[in-house]
Design a protein around this ligand. Sequence first.
Ligand code: MN
Length: 728
Amino acid sequence: MSETVLPNHLIHFSETSLLKLPTSLYKSCKAYLSYDDIKKIQKAYSFAFYAHSGQKRKDGSDYITHPVAVTEILLDLKMDPDSVCSALMHDVLEDCNVQKNNLAKIFGDDVAHIVDGVSKLGKIETKNISDNDANNLQKMALAMANDVRVIFVKLCDRLHNMRTIEHVPRNKQILKAKETLELYGPLALRVGMQDIRAELEDLSFRCIHPMRAKMLENAVKTSSGGRKRIVTKIRKELKTRLKSNNIQDVAVKGREKNLYSIYSKIKTKHKPFSEILDVYGFRILVDSVDDCYRALGIIHNYFSPIENKFKDYIAIPKTNGYQALHTSLLALEAFPIEVQIQTRSMWATANMGIAAHWGYKTDDQSKGTELRANKWLSGLVDLQKKSSNPSEFADSLKKDLDSEEVYLFSPKGHIYALKAGATPIDFAYEVHTGLGNSIIGCKVNRREAPLNVELESGQTVEIITSSSSVDADPAWLNFVVTSKARSGIRARLRNQKTSSARKAGKFMLESELQRSGKSLEDYRGSTLKRVLDSIGVTSLNKLLIELGSGKRTGNIVAERFYSGLKIRKDSDNKKIKPVFISDNHIEGVSVVFAKCCHPIYQDPAIAHSDTERGIVIHHNKCKQVAPFISKDPRYIPAKWTTNTKNHVYTAKINIVTVDEIGVLAEIVSVFTKAAINIEQVHTKNIDSTFSAFEMEVDVESREELQYIMQKIRSKKITSSCTRLINEK
Ligand code: MN
């Protein structure tokens, strides 16, 4: 990448003019980061400060307050220094004329990559995402991010934007809130950040349905009066039972559900509000996995479990890494309760995501702020290696991050998942076989792109099609990666053969019909149907293909057509119009040159519609065709248009020379000098004085052939030189 100079407004940014971190940031940093880390963060702060100088937020405050607030959320999660730096600078690529390589140079590749990833995620358009696409949208985001820290920073960014959403126009509020519910909430769940997810959802819910949120909130409040007493009573009961059974250090908490989850339960499970709220939730936190199972046994002893409600997410964690034992019981004979039992570290993981894996352990070990931050999962690979018991969570998230799939938008906003390496042709076939079959070009992110370009997650792919049929290129098979595209192209290539057979068949039938001055045009509707019935085919198309591929004989078919119009076939004196041979084609059908008479360009020629071989061009004196000219309509005079493509034709000649040593060499040298290729030579000794050579030579035209024959004849050794055209 070329080196880019920092934009003007960043000239203040240099080592010597580092700004002091805002106090709150500095305090949070000092809690767990080293001096060097904080220095780097200070540098990032200064950079962001100058980059955003003069910019304001919608509420009128300086823009820098936004990245600072985002960074504070990240610091609470005890994120690594590179994430923190990235959070401070997460908007500089978008709004400040800064290039990715500026950041890479000053802050390193990781920071540049995270900031760039956050900017790209911000550009995903989620306007018309259907439920079907939502899961793919999350996967697309993960594939685009390919470093989980990009997701962390983006989630914190979105969280702060949602907290301050009241300052943006109403229609934009709703758009953002919907996007948050569709993409960022589930994404937070996917990376295991329960708390952030709950807050994002509640903020979005309040934004989209302010009235409903208010009502629900009030209902929760009023119902909690009597509730409180019951909850306290059950909590005490649980705690006493566990302690008296020797479970040390146990904490029992009443659980509050977040508003949005209550709302979606009412909506999706069609349960009344009271029923959802009347289930009391408790969380029991213990120190070890062993204690989890023992605690479960103890409470099952005291309260009656509700059947089929037990779930062991410790043995089999949820795909987002969540671990706990879930059970439902009837407490104090009357109240249904839901209990979740987990270790404190499981709880931290569920609430803070992967950050907890590192952050939580630090508290246990030493209080030093040594460079543990650097060991923080620099990728999930590390996490997996370190972990003695690699969780399904890390596994599935890692898979999503370095995805073997690419996720692409159609122009209408649908998302398609394709194998990595997919090209626009793969995309077209994935969308619809018909689209693949008519592709002639494509646009990627609104720009024209070649058909073999490798697509990347997040791109919008528009397929340009042709209304007339286009031929598939066999070369496409070299770069497509999906089986849909491959089989689509193969089928098309097979069809292309059929379509040229069809053209040949049409030509044959037309030339037959010409005999009576008729053409296929004259056969329509019921007449055509009657003829086809009498031949025994279902469609004209089929008939033409069968004719062209030699499965039927032209004149027999024509006979049926004549009787269809009740025409007698003896109109011999009808004038037959000649056809034109243009670049080895007649009316778009490629022709074959007869091996009996070897016609060449400029020869008087006859086109024979041969049921076996298609259209065959003969010399008009060839004994295979001469007797039929102007008697049989399948033999039509053919004229050559200019030989624009300089094809070579094979002509056959006979040379008689005196029988001497070296005559053949002498003749060959005449051809070599004229740069004419000899295909074959047959030598015959006519008698002791003469030899004959039958040769096949490549020439461009009759003119060229006559010239070379003249040369041969002028040789002393030559007795005669004649052309062989299979005459009688
Ligand atoms: Mn932002």
